[in-house]
Design a protein around this ligand. Structure first.
Ligand SMILES: [Zn+2]
Ligand SMILES: [Zn+2]
Length: 122
């Protein structure tokens, strides 16, 4: 039906121009443009729901590195931690909302680089 394999934002606007972000996000997940689990942008969209490498790793028993989710070591429940609940980078204690298991996880800070505008010498 849709000649484009990418979900168009304009298809999710009402007559006032407001976007239905929930429906738009659901459509992007359904088409494989976003990870069906965490919503991460997918570079290769398959046209059907798919999970990012990190979310597929949730099924693995190994230590899990994930940009968005924390996994309970007892019941495998995953959730997006609220940054305000933690002490910051390093070891933090968490309680699984599904089974109440307490465990320690590690927050790794993310780095990005900011460069001065062109022509500025500092
Ligand atoms: Zn994901
Ligand atoms: Zn749990």
């Amino acid at each position: 039906m849709n000649p484009s394999r990418y979900t168009k934002l304009d298809d999710y606007r009402d007559s006032l121009g407001n976007v239905d972000w929930k429906a738009y996000g659901a459509a992007r997940k359904a088409s494989g443009e976003e990870c069906s689990s965490c919503g991460a942008f997918m570079i290769f969209n398959s046209g059907k729901p798919q999970r990012c490498v990190q979310c597929a790793d949730v099924e693995n028993d190994r230590r899990l590195h994930h940009d968005e989710l924390v996994r309970c070591p007892a019941c495998r429940h995953t959730w997006k931690p609220d940054a305000e609940d933690w002490d910051g980078p390093g070891q933090n204690g968490a309680v699984c909302p599904a089974c109440n298991r307490w465990f320690i996880f590690v927050i790794h800070p993310r780095y990005s680089y900011e460069s001065p505008p062109m022509g500025v010498e500092e």
